[in-house]
Design a protein around this ligand. Structure first.
Ligand SMILES: NC(=O)c1ccc[n+]([C@@H]2O[C@H](COP(=O)([O-])OP(=O)(O)OC[C@H]3O[C@@H](n4cnc5c(N)ncnc54)[C@H](O)[C@@H]3O)[C@@H](O)[C@H]2O)c1
Length: 255
C-alpha cells in the first residue's frame, strides 16, 4: 500500500529535476498517485522534457499563475486527464532580482507587486481555480521559507512569503467548511533554480548545517518532498492552516 494510493494530484512548479516539485511528483508517483503537472510560457517545453524523467511520464497543462485566462481554463485543462483532484501542490515563487540581494530599501512597487502576485496571491488564485475539482478530504500544500524573520538577501521575497503564509491561513478558514485542508512546508535552503537566482543565496545557507540539530544538506530535496507527500496524504486529516518546518530543526534554536 502506498501513502498516496489512488490519489489524483496537480503539481505546479516542476522546472528542472532539481525543483522541489519534481521530487514531490516523483515520490507521489512512487507512493501510488497519478500526477498532472503545470508549466507556462517558454518553460513549458522544458517541463515536458523533465516530466519524462518521472517514474511515469506525466501530462503537463499550461498555467501561468498570474494569467486570469489560464486560471479560468485550469479546471477544464485538468479534466482532460482526471475528473477530480485529491491534492494540489503550490511550488511557485518568483521575484525580480531588483527586489532581492540586498535591494530592500531600493525596491520599487512594480517589482514588489510582481513578487507578491506570483509568490503570494497565486496561492489563492490556484486554490480557487482548482476548487471545482476538489472534494472533502482533499489537500492543498505550498512551500515557504520561514517568514517570521528578516533574512540576508531575501528582501521582498521574504515579505511575499509572509503574505503567502497569511494567505494559507485565510484559505484554510474559507475552504475548511468544504473539507479542503491548506498547509505549508517551511523548508530550509535547497539548491534549486529559484534559490540560485537569489543574488547572495550562500548568505542564507550560511551556518544552516551547523545550527540545525539534525544537520542540513541543501543538495537534498527529499526531506521537503516527503513532508509535502505526508500533508497530501490522509494522515493529517484534522490539520489545516499549519506550517510544518522541514529545516533540520533550525527554526527552533536560539543562538
Ligand atoms: N529552494 C529553496 O531554498 C526553498 C526553500 C523554501 C521554500 N522554497 C519554495 O519552494 C517553491 C519551489 O521553488 P524551488 O526552490 O523548487 O525552485 P524552482 O525554480 O525549481 O521552482 C520555482 C517554480 O516557480 C514557477 N513559476 C514562476 N513563476 C510562475 C508563474 N507566473 N506561474 C506558474 N509558475 C511559476 C517556475 O516555473 C518554477 O517551476 C517556491 O515557492 C520557493 O519559494 C524554496
Amino acid at each position: 500500500m502506498g501513502l498516496l494510493d489512488g490519489k489524483k494530484l496537480l503539481v505546479t512548479g516542476v522546472l528542472m529535476d532539481s525543483s522541489i516539485a519534481f521530487h514531490v511528483a516523483r515520490l507521489a508517483q512512487e507512493e501510488g498517485a497519478e500526477v498532472v503537472l503545470t508549466s507556462f510560457g517558454r518553460q513549458l517545453r522544458l517541463t515536458q522534457a523533465i516530466a519524462k524523467r518521472l517514474p511515469q511520464a506525466a501530462p503537463v497543462v499550461e498555467l501561468d499563475a498570474t494569467s486570469a485566462e489560464d486560471l479560468a481554463a485550469l479546471a477544464d485543462r485538468v479534466r482532460e486527464h482526471t475528473d477530480h483532484l485529491d491534492g494540489v501542490v503550490h511550488s511557485i515563487g518568483f521575484a525580480p532580482q531588483s527586489v532581492m540581494g540586498g535591494n530592500f530599501l531600493a525596491g520599487e512597487w512594480d517589482d514588489v507587486a510582481t513578487a507578491l502576485h506570483v509568490s503570494a496571491y497565486s496561492l489563492k488564485a490556484l486554490a480557487v481555480a482548482a476548487r471545482p475539482l476538489l472534494g472533502r478530504g482533499s489537500s492543498i500544500v505550498g512551500l515557504t521559507f520561514d517568514a517570521r524573520y528578516a533574512w540576508p538577501v531575501y528582501d521582498w521575497m521574504g515579505v511575499a512569503k509572509a503574505a503567502f503564509e497569511s494567505t494559507s491561513r485565510y484559505l484554510a478558514r474559507d475552504l475548511g467548511p468544504e473539507g479542503i485542508r491548506v498547509n505549508l512546508v517551511s523548508a530550509g535552503p535547497v539548491r534549486t533554480t529559484a534559490a540560485k537566482s537569489i543574488p547572495g543565496f550562500e548568505a542564507m545557507e550560511g551556518g544552516w548545517p551547523e545550527r540545525a540539530p539534525l544537520g542540513w544538506d541543501a543538495h537534498d530535496p527529499e526531506p521537503t518532498a516527503r513532508a509535502v507527500a505526508a500533508l497530501l496524504s490522509d494522515w493529517f486529516p484534522a490539520t489545516t492552516g499549519e506550517i510544518v518546518h522541514v529545516d533540520g530543526g533550525f527554526h527552533a534554536m536560539g543562538l
